[in-house]
Design a protein around this ligand. Sequence first.
Ligand SMILES: [Zn+2]
Length: 150
Amino acid sequence: MTEQLKNDNAEILDTDIVFNCPHCTKSLVIDQSAAGMLVKCTDCGEEIEVPGGAVEEEALHEQAEAPEAIPTVLDSAAEDLAAALAASQQKVQELVAEKQEINKRRMHLEDERMANLNRFKLISREMNTITAAVGRIMNALRNVESGGKS
Ligand SMILES: [Zn+2]
């Protein structure tokens, strides 16, 4: 047996097992690796079993269970991600549809703009024709006026 009970002046570590001798109730300290081992009490010399074996086993059991909790968390994270991905794919489809709708409207507006432009050209041409006609009428009137005077 390598583990020995620590003397009263020894530093107590977090990992140490602290227990009382069942014979003389002296407070005893020993390294956790001695759990379940038999040691001799430093005070009364009785052979006693170091407690903590069951606790150790429980701690190991908890450690063995811990990794199972991680996949559960990962599963839920993966589900969240899948849901978020599906939502964003839906959003992308909506945006694509919206973009197509805007393009359609833009092309329609472009058509209208071209139609208006052609209408303006037509009006402008008619205005030129009218202006020219008015000019000819004015000239004719002037000729009539000067013809009447002379
Ligand atoms: Zn004792």
